[in-house]
Write a protein that binds this ligand. Structure first.
Ligand SMILES: [Zn+2]
Length: 81
């Protein structure tokens, strides 16, 4: 059983991280440099268009847009776009 306080804290946390993701996305899209909080590498915007230009790389062919760092510790999928 999860007690109600823990549950509320969890909810708050996920809401915050969603807001953070949107904030990150806005900054990256505006051309600002945002560093990954884990590896401190700059984040970049990944678009399906971009991935299609690399020929036949079926292993890494994301259908969706997202924001990633080089190492992949930040990997936000933009499902809502
Ligand atoms: Zn990273």
């Amino acid at each position: 059983m999860i007690d109600i306080k823990q549950f509320a804290a969890l909810q708050k946390q996920s809401k915050n991280s969603f807001a953070n993701q949107r904030q990150l996305m806005k900054k990256v899209m505006a051309g600002q440099t945002v560093l990954c909080s884990t590896c401190k590498q700059p984040l970049y915007l990944l678009t399906p268009k971009q991935s299609r230009t690399s020929s036949n790389a079926s292993t890494e062919n994301p259908e969706k847009s997202g924001i990633r760092c080089k190492k992949g510790c930040t990997d936000i999928q933009l499902d809502f776009v």
